[in-house]
Design a protein around this ligand. Structure first.
Ligand code: FES
Length: 103
């Protein structure tokens, strides 16, 4: 049983873009990839950078600090200097709202 938390309005995430939101006190990044929403931690696994300040290209988010890239659908670290994947979170859309499960 997942604990779904209301994170944002579906309309708040522009097509092909990323936003940062606080969900139950956690910094979460929400991404729009070809009509679907994905969620990860908003904090880079390499340093103190927010993914929502980065650049989303398709399903790849580029960290603004050292240009490390993650796959936002799987959380996989795709290149140096990243050595650790980024945590992902399940997402569902209901009544125009985005719900995220944190654990
Ligand atoms: Fe993200 Fe270094 S802080 S790649």
């Amino acid at each position: 049983q997942l604990n779904w938390i209301d994170a944002a309005a579906r309309d708040a995430v522009p097509a092909g873009d990323v936003i940062g939101v606080a969900v139950a006190g956690k910094d979460i990044a929400l991404y729009e990839v070809e009509g679907q929403i994905f969620a990860t931690s908003n904090i880079c696994t390499h340093g103190r950078a927010r993914m929502s300040d980065g650049f989303l290209d398709g399903r790849e988010i580029e960290c603004p600090l050292h240009q490390g890239k993650f796959d936002v659908c799987t959380g996989k670290a795709l290149c140096a200097p990243l050595t650790e994947d980024i945590p992902t979170h399940p997402v569902k859309i209901e009544n125009g709202r985005i719900y995220v499960a944190l654990d």
